[in-house]
Design a protein. Sequence first.
Length: 346
Amino acid sequence: MVMSQSISVGDLASFLLYTAYVGGSLGGLTSFYSEVMKGIGAGSRLFELLDRPSAIPLDSGEILKDARGRIQFHNVDFAYPTRPKTAIFKDMNLIIDPGTVVAVVGQSGSGKSTVGSLLLRFYDPIRGTITINDTDIKKLNLHWWRRQIGLVSQEPVLFAGTIAENIAYGANDDTEVSLEDVQNAARKANCENFILSFPDGYDTFVGERGISLSGGQKQRIAIARALLKDPTILILDEATSALDAESEALVQDALETLMRGRTVFTIAHRMSTIRSADVIACLDQGRVAEMGTYEELMKKEEGVFKKLMEHQRVEAEWMEDEELTEHRDREPQEQEDRPFFKGYGI
């Protein structure tokens, strides 16, 4: 067509250029279509879960005038649905008076965290009952019941929002939360100092799962969230087990503020936490094997709790010896790596 002068060379160049643009756009649409189809597939599975009816009615059931009452596990049998033949609890009994701090201790796999899961009704007992003020928690309005319980776990869940939003998430649905309320909770949880050290303060984005914060900072935000919720029952699931000494001291101070006047279940490994509890429930072979204060249980020469403490002490000493040996083995190498004339800048 150029030869016959139907179009000019410039028109041909423009045509080829636009053809390349259109081809690239169509190629992009093809990859975009595949991404859309992936999203539709993932979304359909997500909506299927969201539309799934709850096995437990959320908005029906009794609402008690006061959740500050005696909590009782009565002849509880339980096994997880995924392992029905492995019994966690067998005829387990536990009575906790209101305002008591109980440390739940035991070997790994003894069911310490399961106590909290059953209280929150993530699962129900196979047999037996869990009651508060002699009312079976199965009869309670689940939404109301869970609002009475605060949970601070070893790895708190933070969302990809601001610090203020993550703290305010703890408030009950029917409660208006102001920035002042958030700040008061943060102050009591010993986290205002590090929050104000950020350029954006309370508007600082924490990233997915709080990736921009340290373990101790995340724990203190979780405690501030629980303070804002103001629960009557508190579950502390190894809340300080993964922290260094400095972070643990700050978190422990915040926890003491949070625990005042509440019924507290603390799943504990640290000796300081166990000693400070009002009562200790030692789990063994699916039951509460022993219950009492630290001094009472340590007086039992062949007691389960005393053996557990001795085992943990030996294990801690072994770990300390291992760290010391590793440090000594490392020292000669560090000496060799050190410049001989370091003091003279050579």
